[in-house]
Design a protein around this ligand. Structure first.
Ligand code: SF4
Length: 60
């Protein structure tokens, strides 16, 4: 989709970086349940709640 970055361009990984992970990132859009894959406002594709990338932005 237009405007979204690829996973490789932000070095997405399917596991957390310490306690930093998609489920506590401001860009994450949750899936149907807390453990389900969701999406991301800035990175294309299915996103694990336990993933992480260089665009990580912690929820305050
Ligand atoms: Fe996960 Fe990165 Fe999207 Fe944040 S910006 S939800 S860390 S993929």
């Amino acid at each position: 989709a237009g405007g979204l970055q690829s996973k490789s361009s932000v070095s997405y990984q399917d596991h957390p970086s310490g306690k930093d992970m998609c489920s506590n990132c401001a860009h994450f859009v949750p899936g149907a349940s807390p453990s389900a894959d969701g999406t991301c406002k800035v990175v294309a594709g299915k996103i694990s709640p336990h993933g992480y990338c260089f665009a990580y932005t912690p929820i305050s």
